[in-house]
Each structure stands twice: as structure tokens, then as C-alpha cells.
Design a protein around this ligand. Sequence first.
Ligand code: CMC
Length: 430
Amino acid sequence: MSQKTFTVTNNATGQSEEFPVHEGTHGPDVVDIRTLYQKMGVFTYDPGFKSTASCESSITFIDGEEGTLLYRGYPIEQLAEKSNFLEVSYLIMYGELPTKAQYDHFVEMITHHSMVHESFRDFIKGFRPDAHPMSVMVGMVGAMSAFYHDSLDVTNPEHQEISAHRLIAKMPTIAAMAHKHTKGQPFVYPLNKLGYAENFLHMMYSVPAEDYEVDPLHARALDLILILHAEHEQNASTSTVRLAGSSGANPFAAASAGIGCLWGPAHGGANEAVLVMLEEIGDPKRIDEFVARAKDKEDPFRLMGFGHRVYKNYDPRAKIIRKMAIEIINKTEGNDPLLDIAMKLEEIALTDEYFVEKKLYPNVDFYSGIIYKALGIPTDMFTVIFAMGRMAGWMAQWDEMISDPKRVIGRPRQNYIGAARRNYMQMDKR
Ligand code: CMC
């Protein structure tokens, strides 16, 4: 079969050039414009990457119109129902579901690396107690490069693997330490007989003075949330990890950059923003007022947890997590008025013409925020948990990028609209 091409014609000059078109397994064709500037002397302009594929990837496929999400070809619904976070992490990183022996080995590797260097305790104590845990995560994950000099050769596959294992393994430990620091409670060491999500809850909530048993429903809910957040192709934080890593920076530095990006309210910070918004609404009677504000073009307010750049249909993750949110709410003792407001808001937004027309469905962050709230997780830890799940995806994407023989440093161009060339003027003449 002959190579598909795409013709670009410059109407001003009449120049016409053919560009190769690549076909993926699923999804739209991709026009390869790498030689556009060289052949035609122009750049393309696509600030939010709305029409730009920044790489080739075999990890995740999303069909935003259909509401489909596949990790390595497997539908998210099947993985959420049948798998667990560590098995999904293996799948994302290595491309195939593990055999029993591969799974056991992987779990052992992640468990084996769950402790952090003792100096981390002193390091974390240097942060103000009211520091946002995401700021602590940015610092601590970046600082891992100062502790693990033995695995910083990004061209060495063994180093790549051990760094990824360390990052996935230590995220719950560092996250729980960040929380304990704000609470003024002693840090809790990981307990390696526990599962990944269970261990995190243990390190978050147990104190030396009392017995603590992790509620299995809470561990299951958290594990599900981690599966749903594990990977999402070239979103802002993943693209940040790839871009930071494209210079050859070590994976700890690249992951730290990804955490910083995830923090923003338009991305992972939305789960925290949802709760802030629900608190601000405060009373179901005020929902209409906030929905009206979200629709008002003059008001910058948006309904947090609604809408998605890629999904113009129900976010498949939101469908799965919604069920869990309802199960948890029903089992939560005492009626939390915020959860009541959340469910009423969802109902109104799903039927409101503005949201229906613009295809603004509740996204995964809307429901994850509700679950965290019901589990008693402090609001400022919500995005930290998102980062914990996403580390598996970031590492798989970083590995794919760094191992690609075609890798080049990411370096976008721009449309310069500043002052035209001019000459320096002495200060007394300005
Ligand atoms: N509330 C009210 N109006 C909205 C909302 C919202 N949450 N989201 C989008 N719109 C409107 C927007 O005003 C625009 O209207 P118009 O066409 O009349 O100008 C239209 O819908 C399209 O919005 P957009 O900003 O061009 O869409 P985008 O793809 O650039 O933005 C988004 C996607 C997720 C940033 C946006 O929907 C948003 O800000 N949502 C709230 C924050 C949020 O929940 N983020 C989590 C995203 S999912 C998980 C993750 O990525 O971490």
C-alpha cells in the first residue's frame, strides 16, 4: 500500500508540498509536519496542542467522543473490575498483563523499596507545618535524585527500571509523611505485609499510641482511584514529564516537574477545587446561583469537576468511580451536607441545557473528591493521591520517551509578537 500523504498549499506563493500521514492502531490519522518549516518556511500554531500529536505512544488510547479509555488495549472498565493498582502499573509499564511469577516479583520490588532514606525525615521537617503537601511532594520527589545516585544513568535500562520502581514504591510513604508533618504527628514506617493502598492508609492514619485497622472498603476505594488515575496519555503533567525528561534530566527531576504541573486547578488540582467549591456553595439552595455563575460569560467561575479537554462524552472513569462514590456515601456514618450538595449539583448540571450542549460531563475529579471527603482524607491531600496513581503512567511514558531511538529534546517554536528590532537607548535619553 502506498504511503498516505497530506498536501499543504501556500495560497500566497502557490507552493505545494506533500507530507506523510501516519496511521495509528486507533484514532485519527496524524500528518507528519516535521519538515514543514524546512520545506515551506512556516510554523504551525497550536498553543493548547488541540490538534497536535507530540509523540508516538503504545501505552494508552482515549476516544473522547465515544468515552473510551484503554490501557495497553485493555478497557478501563475491565481493569477497574478485575485488576488492582499494582497489576495495572505492571501492565502500563511493561505492556502486558503479568504472569503470576512476574506479578509476585513486581509486588516484591515495589514493597522492597517502600522505605525512604532516614534523612528524608529531617528534610521534610524543614518545611513549614502549614506547607501544602503538593509543595512538599514537588520538593521531596525532586530530592530523590540526591539520594539515589546509583540509578541516574538515563541510558541504562536497569537504572531506568529501578528508578521507576523506587518512585512508585516511595510515593505513598512520602505522601503520608507530608500529611503527618502538617498534623504534627510522628511519621509512620511502611508495613510491607499490607497492600499498596492499605499501606498508604496505614501510614496516613495510624499513630503509635493506638491500634489502627484499615477499613477494607476504604482500601478498595483508594485502589480503584489509583487504577483510574494511573495513566491518561499526553495530558499536561505527562507531557511535562516527557518534556522535562527529553533533555536527559533524571526521572526524579522529571517526575517532580510533573507533580508541579498536576497541582493546577485545571488539571489534578480540580479534585481539591471541587471540595472548595462545594464548601463555598454551602447549601443546596445556592446551587442554582453557582450554576448561573458558571454559565455567565462575564464571570470567570467554572463548575469544578465538570468538562474535559478530550472527553466530549461521559468520562469513562467518572462512570466507574461514581458507583464507588455512591457505595461509600451510603456507608458513611452521619449525613455530610457537602456530599448532598455534590449529588444535587451533578443532577442539575447533567440536565442543564448549557452543560448538555457543551458536553460538559462530570469528570473523574468530581467523584474522587467526594470519595476522599467521605474517607476523611484532608482536602489538601487529594491531588497528592492523584500524583501517587499517576506516577505509574509518568514512568511508563518517561521510559517510552527516553528509550525511543528517535528521541530529540522537546523544543517548541513560537509566533513572536513583541517589539520589532530596535536600538539600545542610553538611560538619560529614555
Ligand atoms: N464550567 C462552566 N463552563 C465550562 C466548564 C466548566 N467547568 N468547562 C468548560 N466550560 C465552557 C467554556 O467556558 C467554553 O465555553 P465557550 O465555548 O462558550 O467559550 C466551553 O465550555 C469549552 O471550554 P474550554 O475551556 O475551551 O475547554 P478546554 O478543553 O480547554 O478545557 C477543562 C477543559 C477541563 C480545562 C475545563 O472544562 C475546565 O476548566 N473544567 C473545570 C476544571 C476541571 O474539572 N478540571 C479537571 C479535568 S479532568 C482531570 C484532569 O485532567 O486532571
